[in-house]
Design a protein around this ligand. Sequence first.
Ligand code: AMP
Length: 285
Amino acid sequence: MLVFLQKAQLYPYLDKFRKEGKKIAFVPTMGALHEGHLSLVELARAKAGISVASIFVNPTQFNDPSDLEKYPRPISKDIEKLEKAGCDILYLPEVEDVYASGVEELEVADLNGLDTVLEGKSRPGHFQGVVQVVSRLLDAVRPDYLVMGQKDFQQVQVVRHFLRASSIPTVLEVAPIIREETGLAMSSRNVRLSTEARKRAGDISVVLKELVSRARNGNTRKRLEDATDRLNQNPSFRVDYLGIYSSTTLEEKTHLEPGEEYVVLTAVYVEGVRLLDNMLIPPVE
Ligand code: AMP
């Protein structure tokens, strides 16, 4: 695997492959890699001849400076994992390479309200930061495919909107959520949980599964309240939101139409660590 620290070197190197007609698939990450990230690399390799990953802890998407500071950065281990996963190229920039004119007064995108609900409510400016970094990384890599995880469901919808609104021809590929044995969605933040809480956090996916299986029968609102109470009964848990939403507009729904797809979305603080999870409710005939 080749490692590039600067886009000035990366771009001409990739251009060589482009001219040979090779496709490029790109996996942006913030590092502290786990099997979830590596499954994205696997999908990138299946989609295109050249796989590129990036590791960049983007300062503009953190509204809590201590979260940015605490973000794990095990870079040599990450490089080893990417190499093992067969990734061709790693782009590993410093902030200055991504934000040449600094991180003050960056552009604000119209994200059609997708950025101010759910995660956007608790983390104002987060999705503007996501779009700021995604647009710059796409500029540096110019991939045919952008591979992202369903784990960050709202992020996928925001980026999908941004690609469409900006007429960027890159195809967005969404990879399924990889989970720990308990069902807990893998996340770089899970290492901050105690062993006990990490085990207990498997309950989040159990609750989501039950909600999905019964979503189209009976009183949805009551079931969501019960599910929230059940999670909150654990003293180290605090549910921020748990609800059913349109999988495209992210509008909250209590009445589900048969032909529509929905998603159960949740954010739960466990020992103060914000954990996200979601499951799709497929349409029925
Ligand atoms: P992050 O490093 O947290 O920004 O994540 C980088 C990419 O990996 C994003 O597209 C995430 O949605 C994806 N990802 C994170 N966790 C998982 C997981 N458990 N399964 C699949 N993809 C994931």
